[in-house]
Ligand binder design. Structure first.
Ligand SMILES: Cc1cc2nc3c(=O)[nH]c(=O)nc-3n(C[C@H](O)[C@H](O)[C@H](O)COP(=O)(O)OP(=O)(O)OC[C@H]3O[C@@H](n4cnc5c(N)ncnc54)[C@H](O)[C@@H]3O)c2cc1C
Length: 500
């Protein structure tokens, strides 16, 4: 008889805790595994984490959530990518779009064909071939129509900007309807058995919760994974020096745009995340180069609308647990690790970790090989995203402040060094299955930072130059014409999914 788990206890009621409860209550339906969430009424959630990547749509779909209802409940707007201001040099912007850029030609990466067309003297922008970038440029949006396989814009992708507090609230209500048990209490003590497995938790209402498996979603403190199980944290601050964020919310002054804005500043960068009802703003900085007071003053002087809450400072460390899964505990969300928010990947990593966890779902024997295989997958996910984020810093054209000088001279991981070397040679980027950032994403950053390969793939020379030029200009025309027929992003929200 197989020894199956009977209960899972999730500790923490932030985005990670409620995402875990929602996905598990959907995936484990019919298994009779009891899911409990313990959330403290006294310890606040982090309250930021409002920009996402397209996998949020997979999460919504996998959890059988009604998209319109979710958008309305979380005051969400749509996101087609990130606009990077001043990273290459002052007044220069570039865009990192979601979805595909161009269509592969005769089995070759579109980027290679585009490089040839540039070498032939054609002057099209790389992003003219990205439906998401053109939609963002014109602030247009609509959800994909049904039967859209042959649609000119079929390769666009989008994510959401969401109100983090409303997300946790929405998912909590949904989970409770789906039978998840919610316990409102603070965990005082974590009880381990002789094999270093968690037995039970002592709560501040003098009750105890026992469970077969625990998911630590207690945020940066990692109450279970760190305090109790002593799983080490590996810091990557030698590659990613930002370690604090000043944050504030402001009233909406203009129609929300369908993209996040990330602007480089003297000691880091700032974000603007436009929701339906307000904008989230933050200045991510390094305490080695900027004080909290300086960061708060810079943040406040860079925002547009009326300030709605008390600006605050959030300290963080970039890195991850050496093992995200240890014995009968999974560390999820900030308890498991954090890569600074430049590419808005933390919520994605929560979802991805849960997907891997469901694939490797343990039975009561807790096979260590299964745990190791899972941890290896998470390591790969983190390292890939880490390198992609470092790319933004190490290729920036800025050297006008001590922070940017530091970034110019910092060491970079060998894996990234090799990727940049390969790209510079002839624009080739290896893509491994499951990798989140596609070669289009990498090319968008390289292109934005004015880094072009010396050569292109030799077989592309077989393409007929005029035919290629005609195909490209036809594609650009089709994308633009279709985009211009779409509604304005905000008007679309107002008429289809306005916040309640
Ligand atoms: C500056 C900054 C900007 C970010 N921006 C983005 C972004 O744009 N996009 C993105 O995807 N992610 C972003 N993130 C990450 C994102 O905020 C988190 O991944 C996400 O909110 C998940 O947080 P969490 O649930 O792990 O932790 P938290 O929100 O901190 O929740 C912790 C929970 O644990 C509970 N808890 C703690 N101790 C106890 C206890 N003893 N007993 C019971 N309960 C307890 C608390 O009450 C709370 O409910 C950002 C993070 C930071 C720091």
């Amino acid at each position: 008889m197989q020894n199956t788990l009977k209960s899972i206890c999730i500790v923490g009621g932030g985005t990670a805790g409620w995402m875990a409860a929602t996905l598990l209550s959907t995936s484990l339906r019919g298994s009779n595994i009891k899911i409990t969430v313990v959330e403290s009424p006294d310890i606040e959630t982090i309250g930021v984490g409002e920009s996402t990547v397209p996998s949020i749509m997979d999460f919504i779909h996998a959890c059988q959530i009604d998209l319109k209802e979710f958008i309305q409940a979380t005051s969400a707007s749509f996101k087609l990518g990130i606009r990077f201001d001043d990273w290459l040099k002052p007044e220069a912007s570039y865009f990192h779009p979601f979805g595909k850029v161009g269509k592969d030609i005769n089995g070759f990466d579109f980027y290679q064909a585009w490089l040839k067309s540039i070498a032939d003297g054609n002057n099209t922008r790389w992003l003219d071939h990205s439906p998401s970038a053109i939609m963002a440029e014109h602030e247009r949006f609509m959800l994909r129509p049904h039967q859209s396989q042959n649609w000119v814009l079929s390769s666009y992708a989008h994510a959401l900007h969401l109100d983090a507090v409303q997300v946790a609230r929405y998912l909590r209500t949904l989970c409770q309807k789906r039978g998840v048990v919610r316990v409102e209490a603070t965990v005082k003590k974590v009880n381990l058995d002789s094999k270093d497995f968690i037995n039970s938790l002592d709560l501040d209402d003098d009750t105890q919760v026992s469970s077969d498996f625990f998911i630590d979603c207690t945020g940066f403190k990692g109450l279970l994974i760190d305090n109790a199980l002593k799983v080490e944290f590996e810091s990557w601050s030698h590659y990613l020096p930002c370690n604090r964020a000043a944050t504030v919310q402001t009233a909406q002054v203009n129609k929300p745009v369908p993209y996040t804005i990330a602007k480089s500043l003297a000691a880091g960068w700032s974000w603007k995340i436009p929701l339906q009802h307000r904008t989230g703003n933050g200045y991510v900085f390094s305490s080695q180069f900027c004080s909290d007071d300086q960061a708060l003053a810079t943040l406040v002087s860079n925002v547009d609308g009326k300030i709605l809450n008390e600006p605050r400072i959030i300290p963080f460390v970039t890195g991850k647990r050496k093992k995200v899964w240890h014995n009968n505990c999974l560390a999820l969300g900030l308890a498991g690790g954090f890569l600074e928010p430049l590419e808005s990947t933390a919520i994605h990593l929560v979802y991805k970790t849960l997907v891997h966890f469901i694939k490797h779902f343990p039975d009561g024997d807790f096979d260590t090989g299964n745990e190791q295989a899972f941890n290896a997958k998470i390591d790969t996910d983190y390292l890939e995203i880490r390198d992609f984020i470092i790319l933004h810093y190490c290729t920036s054209g800025r050297d006008d402040t001590d922070f940017w000088q530091w970034c110019k001279n910092m060491p970079i991981p060998e894996s990234l060094h090799e990727k940049i070397r390969q790209f510079r040679k002839r624009g080739q980027l290896e893509h491994t299955p499951g990798q989140f950032f596609t070669s289009d994403s990498w090319c968008s950053i390289f292109e934005g930072m004015n880094i072009r390969p010396q050569k292109y793939h030799p077989l592309i020379n077989g393409f007929h130059s005029q035919d290629l030029a005609n195909t490209l200009s036809e594609n650009i025309k089709n994308i633009r014409t279709t985009v211009l027929q779409m509604p304005n992003h905000f008007d679309y929200i107002q008429s289809h999914c306005k916040a309640r």
